[in-house]
Design a protein around this ligand. Structure first.
Ligand code: CUA
Length: 340
């Protein structure tokens, strides 16, 4: 798509990760290419240079060289360390979404991508995003393992049933880009494809305005929270949800977890897995009673309750631009943490 030609080595560059990812790929490719050529040339040269020249030739005795052996161990070791450190740094950058990203829910199922924007707008096999702001995808699968792959953004993430995974990027260039499912997931796997449309923030805004939204996920979550009676306990005999998202939660076993999407999902579906310090394991499991989508909605609501908490200005994410969602009605406030 876009201006991609069939003979390009790498796909189009359309995200903030593209250059960093390409640089590492080319470095690894270059090192491997260099050694392939070096070894190939040496094999040919040695086999000519040291071939047996006559039937009764006795070769010279060779004692070996410590220096040579050290050199051919240290240089490749150093090169591999460079790849390791460089790769880990990039991997961590790509796996740590900023806390203030525009969050979009993605559900993979045989054989489509179902997407919902925070304002309630839905799409299937299509994703519209604005340029220049961090976008965080919260993804799960309804059935088997799928894989969300946008080559132009250099992002690729397995999407697993029974687990929430996240992926983030900053789109840099308006245009249409391929979205693939990159994990064999059944008969129509090859047709589980779509288009990511990158727009300027203004165009995105008018696109949003042109789609009739469903109920906002956070609002639906609030409804669920009330109808399931969560409010009966949370904030009283159970921890309050206000300010919970992304905070550090002390657990009864002495460890601490960050209340991310996966923690919230697990706490709803398998509450006994991690017990908050000072509370009894009394919450029933909602596994089988809530769909993936309803869990997304509850989490969206819990996040909205936390959005009042401000981020310190020295936090690295504070430098990133934020997409302001157009006029969202405020969620009901729950008692803050620590209060009975
Ligand atoms: Cu879904 Cu392949």
């Amino acid at each position: 798509m876009g201006d991609q030609t069939p003979f390009q080595l790498l796909p189009e560059n359309a995200s903030a990760f593209s250059h960093a990812s390409d640089a590492l790929t080319l470095f690894v490719l270059g090192v491997c290419g260099l050694f392939t050529v070096l070894i190939f040339v040496l094999i040919v040269w040695f086999s000519l240079r040291y071939r047996r020249k006559s039937e009764n030739e006795i070769p010279e005795r060779i004692e070996g060289s410590i220096l040579l052996e050290i050199v051919w161990m240290v240089i490749p070791f150093g090169l591999l360390l460079v790849m390791f450190v460089w790769g880990s740094k990039l991997f961590l950058d790509m796996k740590r979404p900023p806390t203030r990203a525009l969050q979009i829910d993605v559900i993979g199922k045989q054989w489509m991508w179902k997407i919902q924007h925070p304002g309630g707008q839905r799409e299937i096999d299509a994703l519209h995003v604005p340029t220049g702001v961090p976008i965080k995808l919260i993804m799960t699968s309804q059935d088997v393992i799928h894989d969300f792959f946008v080559p132009a953004f250099r992002i690729k993430q397995d999407v697993l049933p029974g687990s929430f995974v996240t992926e983030w990027f900053i789109a840099t260039k308006p245009g249409n880009y391929h979205l693939f499912c990159s994990e064999y997931c059944g008969t129509s796997h090859s047709r589980m494809v779509g288009t990511v449309t990158v727009m300027t923030p203004e165009d995105y805004q008018s696109w949003l305005a042109g789609v009739v939204p469903d109920e906002r996920p956070a609002r639906a979550g609030e409804r669920l929270f009330n109808s399931y009676g969560c409010i009966q306990c949370h904030g009283k005999i159970a921890p309050t949800m206000a300010g919970l998202y992304n905070s550090k939660v002390p657990l009864s076993d002495g460890t601490t977890v960050v209340a991310d999407e996966e923690y919230l999902r697990e706490s709803i579906l398998a509450p006994a897995a991690k017990i908050v310090a000072g509370y009894a394991p009394v919450m029933p499991s909602y596994s089988g009673r809530l769909s993936d989508e309803q869990v997304f909605q509850l989490i969206a609501y819990i996040k909205e309750l936390a959005s009042a908490t401000t981020q310190p200005a020295d936090h690295p994410d504070a430098q990133l631009p934020v997409y302001q969602l157009p006029d969202l009605p405020p969620a009901n406030r729950l008692p803050t943490r620590g209060q009975p």
